[in-house]
Design a protein. Structure first.
Lengths: 291, 341
């Protein structure tokens, strides 16, 4: 009890906030030590020029490069509770989808407030960034970041509207087994915005496919996302598709590898992912963007 | 009469001597378990933190880590080890097979299937998940015994083969269930299946202790009949032991505590093989001594394995079942080889 009172003494004023899950939490007015429990949130923090407040990040937080130097608190599903506590954060940032609720509950029991975010699509990512801006008292920066994102999305929308071609796209997020994305995912939204048709659309978020099911879907373009360190897997996955010369995507030589960091992380870089896809789907409209 | 009571006193003395020796070992392990972790504190600092409450802020973080993160974990490791140690001992005694163990016979696998079904149905830990886990363990127990006792009662190889098959079946069912579910919460299941002691809360661990303790005492009371059972079924019957009653009650109690352990910590194998074997080698075959020794010795072994699981990888941690299997599986093969020659 004494310990509690003592640590309260450190805070000039505490404030009450509600996170995106509607949980009420009490945090100090001036946040100084933050632990980010997901790579996407780390990216958001740095985008808001508040990276210097981070005292801990998760294992694969590798962007921007400064994040690599920060202490690691385990991977985002397998958090190292002890490490988090030892960093004495005054706030942890968590995501609803990735971080196990058990760990979040434990952190709160240990007296560390956890602000949970739940970005489900591009517009809620922007909301999330604004909300983080409010939390960190960096509203100016956050609205600038969000405005920038909106502008780039609008530009893509405008150009895509000018063309009638809507290629059928198979977005492969896993290669053995083959896994794609359903309608409620970021990637589905990005494909649609970039002027493509997601052939795997459906109610299952991450549906599995056999090779023959993909052949029947007849995609014009296959996009394989892989981490930069998995170049071999990407080459192998491309090789496997080239065994089916009648597949439109193979015929037109439209099998592409993309960096998964642009598509898996609910942060500002999703827009970059959108630009990459638009460049792949409509190279005539985006001559520069093609990678 | 005089000789009997003298002998009784001698056994009691031995029990106390062996138990307190192992308890000392457990205390040392326990202390190491509290002192070593991903953030690392000085051994003396921990001692200080344990006994002197300090209002200094940095000290309080150390205390939080030791008391609220490491203590529940080390305590759970002790319980898991003790349960699996005594579980192995009971199975080996009742089935009169040195290689019997809850994990190898598929009892753990069966309760894991039950637990996963419970989780998928979104049931609460108690009574839902735990109840189904217990049901799963009992069903596999019956199936294994049924297959194994077909013609020759408890024949060594048939029992193991039945266990191996039931185990394979259970892991297939588990993979099937995981593949069929859309529930993202089950992502962690694979990690849990390899034996995972992280994320324990003190209250939960203490509640587990309240279930385990009476069961341990029950097994201890049954130690004498277990000794007599070693002489063979007929002899035991002629000495007035209710063989069926003893066997059934012990198997059910053991399945109960094993399934409780599986719910909290997943599948941890081979502890029930390693501990009773080492202890029998050192202490002989009197179950009155072996039962408490297996509980405490299992705890020592498990806390040690958990310590390795936490400190071996430079980042993150290993599931503790990996460590016990790396130590236990070769021993199993060695014992199998020795029993053949």
């Amino acid at each position: 009890m004494l310990v509690m009172i003592f640590s309260w003494g450190n805070y000039t004023v505490a404030r009450k906030v509600q996170d995106q899950l509607g949980r009420n939490i009490v945090i100090p007015t001036a946040l100084k030590r933050i632990v980010s429990l997901a790579p996407s949130l780390t990216e958001c923090m740095f985008a808001l020029e508040n990276g210097n407040k981070l005292v801990g990040v998760t294992k694969y937080s590798d962007y921007p490069p400064q994040a690599v130097q920060l202490p690691k608190v385990g991977s985002y599903v397998n958090l190292d509770l002890e490490k988090i506590v030892s960093l004495q954060p005054d706030l942890c940032l968590a995501t609803k989808d990735g971080n196990p609720i058990k760990v979040i509950d434990r952190l709160e029991e240990l007296g560390i407030p956890v602000y949970a975010l739940d970005p489900r699509n591009l517009s809620t990512v922007m909301e999330t960034i604004n909300e983080l801006g409010q939390l960190l008292k960096a509203q100016k920066k956050s609205s600038k970041v969000v405005q920038g994102m909106k502008k780039r999305v609008e530009l893509i929308k405008k150009r895509v509207a000018k063309t009638n071609s809507r290629p059928r796209v198979f977005f492969q997020i896993g290669s053995s087994p083959i896994v794609s994305v359903g309608s409620r995912t970021f990637i589905h939204e990005l494909i649609k915005l970039a002027g493509g048709v997601n052939v795997a659309a459906g109610s299952v978020d991450y549906p599995r496919f056999s090779r023959e099911e993909v052949l029947i879907l007849n995609p014009d373009i296959i996009v394989i996302n892989s981490m930069t360190r998995d170049q071999q897997i990407l080459e192998w996955a491309k090789q496997r598709w080239s065994e089916f010369p009648n597949l439109p995507a193979v015929k037109k030589k439209q099998i592409y590898g993309v960096n998964s960091d642009y598509f898996n992380r609910a942060g500002p870089r999703l827009v970059k992912g959108l630009e990459i896809l638009a460049g792949l789907f409509h190279p005539e409209m985006f001559p520069k963007a093609k990678n | 009469m005089e000789r009997d009571s003298q002998r009784g006193r001698y056994v009691l003395k031995r029990i106390l001597f062996v138990s307190s020796g192992l308890m000392l070992l457990l205390a040392i392990m326990f202390y190491l378990g509290l002192a070593i972790g991903s953030t690392g504190y000085d051994l003396f600092e921990v001692l200080e933190g344990l006994f002197f409450a300090n209002q200094d802020n940095t000290e309080s973080v150390a205390q939080t880590i030791i008391w609220q993160i490491r203590l529940p974990r080390v305590l759970l490791a002790t319980f898991v080890g003790g349960t699996l140690g005594v579980g192995g001992l009971v199975f080996q005694a009742l089935l009169r097979n040195p290689l019997a163990e809850p994990y190898i016979l598929g009892i753990s696998g069966g309760s894991a299937v039950g637990a996963i079904v419970g989780m998928m149905l979104g049931l609460a830990m108690f009574p839902g998940v735990a109840g189904l886990a217990f049901l799963g363990s009992i069903v596999t127990l019956i199936v294994v015994l049924f297959i194994a006792t077909g013609r020759r009662l408890f024949q060594e190889n048939s029992l193991l083969l039945a266990g191996v098959m039931v185990n394979a079946f259970c892991s297939a069912i588990i993979m099937f269930l995981i593949s069929m579910t859309r529930n993202a919460k089950l992502q962690n299941v694979l990690f849990w299946l390899m034996g995972d002691l992280s994320n324990t809360v003190l209250e939960q661990t203490l509640a587990l202790g309240c279930i385990l303790l009476p069961c341990f005492i029950f097994v201890f009371i049954m130690a004498r009949p277990m000794n007599i059972l070693q002489l063979g079924r007929e002899t035991a019957l002629s000495l007035g032991v209710h063989v069926l009653g003893v066997t059934l009650s012990l198997l059910i109690v053991t399945s109960l505590i094993v399934s409780a352990i599986v719910c909290l910590s997943g599948l941890v194998g081979f502890v029930g093989l390693v501990i009773p074997h080492i202890l029998r080698l050192v202490l002989g075959s009197d179950h009155r001594i072996l039962v408490p020794a297996s509980v405490i010795g299992g705890g020592v072994f498990m806390v040690g394995c958990d310590l390795l699981a936490r400190s071996l990888p430079s980042q993150g941690e290993l599931p503790v079942g990996v460590v016990t299997a790396i130590i236990g599986a070769p021993l199993f093969i060695f014992l199998l080889y020795r029993s053949k020659t």
